[in-house]
Structure formats: C-alpha cells, structure tokens
Ligand binder design. Structure first.
Ligand code: NAD
Length: 328
C-alpha cells in the first residue's frame, strides 16, 4: 500500500484518480479548493486549501509520500482558455501552484511526483492543417503555444525537470489531450467540447438546433478518463520520465463529434455555426513514444466513452430541470 497525495482531487481527473488509487488499495490524501461536486470523495483524508499559499502546500506534504499527483490548475475548455479573459489568472494561479507544490514535495522527501501538462504546449504553426497536425513530443520547439495556458504548462514542465536535475526529486510528465468522461464540468463555463455538446444535445428536443463555435471542420482527438488514468499509472510505474503524450489517435472534426453524440441520443438536430473561441485548427495525439516506452497506448473507440458521458449528462440535465421546476 502506497501513501499518495493527489492535488486537484476535487476536479474531474483528480476525483477519478482518487477512486482508482483507492480501488488499488492505497492510502490517499486529496487537496483542492473544493470537494468533488458530483460524488463523495473516496480519499482517506481530504484537505480544503488554496495551493497558491505555500503554507497549505507544506501542510499537505507533511510526510514523504510515495507518490504525488499534481493536477491542480486554473483551467477549463476553449471558452475559458481561449477567450483571453482569464489569461492572467491562468498563468498566475497555476504557476504559483506548481512553484509551491514542487518545492514542498522536494522538501518533504516525496519519492515521485507526476505533473499533468497539456497538448496545448504544441506550436500553433504545426496545427494549421486540420488533417495533418503534428504533435510528436519533440515538435515542441521553437515554442509557440497559442494560449497562455500552454505557456504556463511549458514553463512548469521545465520547472519540474529542473527540480529533478538539481535536487534529485523523481518526476514524471505527461501531456494530456482532451480528457473527457462523466463527473466533469458540464455547465459552469469550464466545460470542454464533449461535455458541452452532450449537454446541448440532451437539452434540445429532437428536430431542434444547437450552436457550435466555428465551422466545425476543426479537428481534435478525445481520450476517455479510464484510459487516461491507465496511462498515468503505467507512466508512474515505469522508468520513463516523459514528457509523453497521453491521448487518443482517433481524430475527428467537431461536426463529427456532435454527430456521434446525436446518434447516441437518437436525435437529429441542426447545427448553427457561430463565432467563438476556437484554438488551433487541428490536433491529434501522436502515440509513437508512449507505445515505444510503455508498450501500451490507448485504443478504446471514442463512441464508447461518449456513450458513458452522454448518459451521465442526460441524467444531470434532467435532475437540473426538475430542481428548476421546483424553484419556479
Ligand atoms: P479540473 O478543473 O476539473 O481540476 C483542476 C482542479 O484544480 C479543480 O478541482 C480546482 O478546484 C483545483 N484548483 C484550482 N486552483 C486551485 C488552488 N489554488 N488550490 C487548490 N486547488 C485548485 O481539471 P481536470 O480536467 O481535472 O484537469 C486536471 C489537470 O490536467 C490540470 O492540470 C489540467 O491542466 C490538466 N489537463 C487536463 C486536460 C483535460 O482535457 N481535462 C487536458 C490537458 C491537461
């Protein structure tokens, strides 16, 4: 049984990770600004605290944990990250969290720390062709992320690697590509495309219309939460430091994503394309390195994960409607 700290344990990936680590028999402490909103945490100990405050980071690393998973960040989907309105907070808050967490972890004698970087670090100039984006791990320089979120992630990758080089703390780095699944943001302004379209489709009667930012020909790949966690656990157990992509290679257009969700729901809706924050034109995970280093890569079809996600969002949308009706 390992003793493990998950920072960002109230968030989407963190709350699922805690569940998995508990199922594997570990002792887990979580820390976050908030408890997981959709189900009771399974952590043995959960600290509510602001990791921008170094004293909180020292408090939660009061022992030489076997593993720390640093997932806390001020982040969200395109509406949050690409609108430009949250740039200062994204950079300032997430950088502070990482500066404090790596220092506190090293001082506490933590044996291994995982950091969740992002596909958003990859240069914009390699992601203009929606059919042929280039996102191999070594394509990151010359650096030109298209968001401040990406720049902060790139800075923090360097920060963790510098602590490993200078202070010997064992680090693992992964670059997540659009992780999705049940029990994540779906209507709070931080939701990402899969959850946003599941919600729109669930809320709209058959034959109706939903809105989509852009022309829908922009491409992305989406990785289901269970496979993301499988990749993270395998990376932590391996000797490979990273950074490595953890993502799906099943690239689809956003129009296609919406169509798959409509099929799952059994609805035919028309799409109204409107201007909005978009990000790069095309992006896909390149899984050659993960396969080479870990002998594993994600393989589950997108539609399977979308079914789970849609059915969960359908339920929360219905519950939300019921509550609203009660209030009125
Ligand atoms: P999330 O927003 O659901 O979780 C992040 C958590 O960090 C939230 O619960 C939030 O309350 C917490 N947090 C923010 N500021 C904090 C602070 N000052 N002190 C304590 N806690 C704080 O996001 P997620 O999807 O679970 O992402 C987890 C990590 O993975 C993040 O670092 C994110 O950047 C990275 N990532 C996620 C994706 C994705 O598709 N979900 C893709 C690339 C990278």
């Amino acid at each position: 049984m390992d003793r493990i700290l998950v920072s960002g344990a109230g968030g989407f990936i963190g709350s699922h990770l805690v569940k998995r680590l508990k199922a594997e028999g570990n002792w887990v402490r979580g820390v976050d600004l908030k408890y997981p909103p959709f189900r009771k945490t399974q952590a043995d100990d959960f600290v509510i605290g602001d990791l921008r405050d170094p004293r909180i980071c020292t408090k939660v690393t009061d022992q030489p944990f076997d593993e720390v998973y640093q997932l806390a960040a001020d982040m969200g989907g395109a509406g949050f990250v690409f609108s430009g309105e949250n740039d200062a907070d994204i950079m300032h808050n997430s950088a502070l969290i990482n500066l404090n967490m790596i220092e506190a972890s090293y001082k506490a004698g933590v044996k291994k720390i995982f950091y969740s970087s992002s596909a958003c670090i990859y240069p914009e100039y390699n992601q203009r062709d929606p059919d042929n984006p280039r996102c191999s791990e070594d394509s990151v320089y010359p650096a030109a992320p298209d968001s401040e979120y990406g720049w902060e992630k790139l800075f923090s990758e360097h920060l963790y690697l510098a602590f490993m080089r200078n202070y010997g703390i064992n680090v693992r780095l992964a670059r997540f590509h659009n992780i999705f699944g049940p029990e994540g943001s779906w209507n709070d302004g931080r939701e990402k495309a899969p959850a946003a379209f599941c919600r729109k489709v669930a809320e709209t009667p058959d034959g109706g219309e939903i809105e989509m930012w852009g022309d829908g020909f922009q491409t992305r790949s989406f990785l289901y939460i269970d496979e993301c966690l499988e990749g993270v656990r395998r990376l932590m157990k391996s000797d490979f430091i990273g950074p490595v992509n953890i993502g799906s290679e099943e690239m689809v257009s956003i129009n296609k994503l919406a169509e798959i969700i409509m099929d799952i729901a059994g609805k035919k809706l028309s799409i109204k394309h409107i201007p909005g924050p978009l990000g790069v034109r095309g992006r896909n995970s390149d899984n050659r390195l993960i396969e080479e280093k870990l002998g594993w890569k994600p393989t589950a079809p997108l539609v399977e994960g979308l079914k789970e996600t849609y059915h969960w969002i359908e339920k929360v949308v219905a519950a939300d409607k019921k509550q609203e009706a009660k209030r009125n």
